[in-house]
Design a protein around this ligand. Structure first.
Ligand SMILES: Nc1ncnc2c1ncn2[C@@H]1O[C@H](COP(=O)(O)OP(=O)(O)OP(=O)(O)O)[C@@H](O)[C@H]1O
Length: 304
């Protein structure tokens, strides 16, 4: 396998705001590579630098042997990119849009075939503005593929969709990958990344917290416990965070949520007893991937 996208030490600022801070990863041919992170983490900025839509401030990017800063026109030919909402006139018909966009490419895919493959063949005469949410997503994927790209970038494809349409879109993404297209998938949903991606870069506040397979990330979770309770008296979270067995402390309303290793429960109850605080409604669970990502995010903000 070889890398189709390589990003090294990418930096991007908007004025004083550091949006992307020393991000590095590579996407291998044939994989679905996920960029996972909360809103504002720097995901879109990263992919826009890859697409050549934004100029980076520092670092190196190589897309299929091309530098997006120097060779944007060629990247546009070779990289499949979704249109942003509102970029198509509402009245344009689905078939017209696909036919028009295919004409922009040197070596386009057969757009009629694509329309069939994406379950849009009965919608060819429909106005783009009158499609349902999931049909719009299908069209958006079709437009990303109409140039016959080796690599497609799919950004927050399912954010607006209901659970059923989200599942359909996941199946669709797998089919696209199985047809040989490498996919860079941007998402804020842990479940989506876990289900679809071969590897995931977790990004938060512009920095990569971890890059691993879903199983690799889950392994970090297995050793973690999640301890949740309501303290009977005010409690300084920093005391808990300083315990060596504790990896993260967050608040959910009146509740304190502590993540840590298998000794964390003992350490937390000892500390509470020492401060004469009772852990009301105490619950101990195995941590989820979501907890671990939150903990990573918290560690990052604590060190800023
Ligand atoms: N054009 C811009 N001008 C100024 N700041 C921007 C601009 N675009 C993004 N930002 C800021 O940069 C940071 C990263 O934004 P970005 O859109 O890359 O994050 P994201 O992870 O894609 O978020 P979302 O999931 O909400 O799309 C955010 O703090 C955002 O407010």
């Amino acid at each position: 396998m070889s890398a189709v996208i390589e990003v090294q030490n990418l930096h991007k600022k908007y004025g004083d705001l550091v949006a992307v801070d020393d991000v590095s990863f590579s996407v291998e041919e044939g994989e679905i590579f996920g960029i996972l992170g909360p809103s504002g983490a720097g995901k879109t900025t990263t992919v826009e630098c890859i697409e050549g839509l934004r100029n980076r401030d520092g670092g190196e990017i190589n897309v299929l042997g091309l530098d997006p800063r120097q060779e944007r026109a060629e990247i546009t030919q070779q990289l499949g990119v979704q249109l942003q909402d509102g970029q198509l006139p509402d009245r344009m018909q689905v078939a017209e849009a696909l036919s028009l966009y295919s004409s922009f490419y040197r070596n386009p895919a057969d757009w009629r075939h694509l329309m069939d493959a994406l379950g849009l063949s009965s919608k060819g005469g429909n106005a783009c503005g009158a499609l349902s949410g999931s049909q719009k997503q299908r069209l958006s994927v079709a437009l990303a593929l109409v140039g016959n790209p080796q690599v497609a970038v799919l950004d927050e494809l399912t954010t607006e969709l209901d659970p059923q349409s989200r599942r359909e879109t996941w199946e669709l993404i797998k089919t696209v990958r199985d047809s040989g297209v490498t996919i860079l998938l941007v998402t804020r949903f842990v479940e989506e990344a876990e289900l679809l991606c071969d590897r995931i870069a977790v990004i938060d506040k512009g920095r990569i917290a971890a890059t691993d397979t879903p199983a690799g990330l889950a392994e970090r979770v297995q050793t973690e416990q999640r301890i949740q309770f309501r303290p009977s008296a005010p409690l300084n979270d920093a005391l808990l965070a300083r315990l060596p067995d504790v990896s993260g402390v967050t608040r959910q309303g009146d509740y304190v949520v502590v993540t840590g290793n298998h000794n964390a429960l003992g350490a937390v109850t000892c500390l509470l007893a020492h401060h004469q605080i009772v852990a009301e409604h105490l619950r101990v669970d195995q941590a989820t991937l979501e907890d671990v990502l939150l903990t990573m995010a918290h560690k990052r903000s604590a060190t800023l």
